[in-house]
Design a protein around this ligand. Structure first.
Ligand SMILES: [Zn+2]
Length: 311
């Protein structure tokens, strides 16, 4: 039934119909997972709208540090970010949501348990509408002390189902995270890393070899090397791609030539996701319709991609 509805929604450019189809969002950051309007209303109405184009991660950081982060000062703020991300996903027909929750959020609670209980409470509240699978995230700038004091308790909590590393791609010290990734794997977490967003395949290869990841957030830079694409395919690594994010941050300038096409043609498992909805203003439903209208994929191909995100 979803297959038919999905292809009809694509053909008619029908967003409401598309929202009724089951989808996954497996590359999402819950600090920015709700609509700008939702955040702005909660923050008192004076937040500046995100620019339509940003200069890479530097532009993204500028906006976040000047506009959104300053409003998050308490555990209640964190609860708002997580719950609104889940609610937004439900309204878009997302059935599997894997949003990263930064391990530093524990700082807003006097005890780690309060932080974990908040996440579990939200998970339980919406369990009939969505599989909310919390992911623990950390920036590449995280200190060794915080890896021990913040990340390890998150891994040990049993609350998180996957792990992700994000931030400045030119920092290539994956070795520093190797033991933590190994530990997370032993504890049953799925391993993800942001790589190949702005830089090419060399970086992707390094992340795969050192961290032995299951999935890549972005990974579009892999197209610069057939060897690395083969490596991704052989290891069955899933690439969680975010088209609007790529365009707005300038990682891809010509959308009709988005690397997702080449990766899909190569037989690599890809998914389509939101990244930061607040900044890019496009839910997964909108992303599918956009890719179809661009002529990048036909209905059957997009349906296959949709199903990749529901496994
Ligand atoms: Zn991301």
């Amino acid at each position: 039934m979803d297959d038919v509805l999905f292809k009809e929604a694509l053909r008619d450019g029908d967003l409401l119909k598309m929202r009724k189809v089951s989808k996954g969002d497996v590359h999402n950051h819950c600090g920015l997972g709700m609509r700008f309007s939702t955040f702005n209303k909660w923050a008192g109405g004076n937040v500046k709208e995100p620019p339509k184009k940003m200069n890479g991660l530097e532009g993204l950081d500028n906006y976040i540090f000047n506009e959104t982060i300053q409003f998050i000062k308490t555990g209640e703020g964190i609860e708002f970010l997580i719950e609104e991300t889940v609610k937004e996903a439900i309204s878009d027909g997302v059935k599997i949501l894997e949003p990263s929750i930064d391990c530093s959020f524990t700082r807003f609670y006097s005890k780690n348990k309060e932080f974990f209980d908040t996440i579990l409470k939200i998970q339980d509240k919406y369990k009939n509408s969505i599989q909310f699978k919390p992911e623990v995230g950390m920036p590449k700038t995280i200190s060794n002390e915080d890896l021990e004091n913040l990340l390890i308790p998150c891994i040990d909590s049993g609350v998180f189902k996957s792990i992700d590393l994000y931030g400045d791609e030119t920092r290539e010290d994956f070795e520093r995270f190797k033991e933590y990734y190994k530990y997370a794997k032993e504890k049953g977490l799925k391993l993800k890393v942001h790589v190949g967003e702005f830089l090419g395949a060399v970086n992707v290869k390094k992340a795969i070899e050192i961290l032995e990841i299951d999935e890549i957030q972005h990974g579009i830079g892999s197209i610069s090397s057939d060897y690395v694409m083969d490596m991704i395919k052989e290891r069955n690594i899933r690439l969680n791609i975010c088209p609007s994010s790529n365009f707005i941050l300038g990682a891809v300038s010509d959308m009709s030539n988005h690397p997702a096409r080449k990766l899909f043609k190569k037989g690599i498992r890809i998914t389509i996701n939101t990244d930061d909805l607040l900044l890019f203003d496009s839910g997964v439903s909108q992303e599918y319709i956009w890719l179809y209208e661009l002529g990048l994929f036909d209905g059957d191909e997009l349906n296959e991609i949709r199903k990749n995100s529901l496994i």
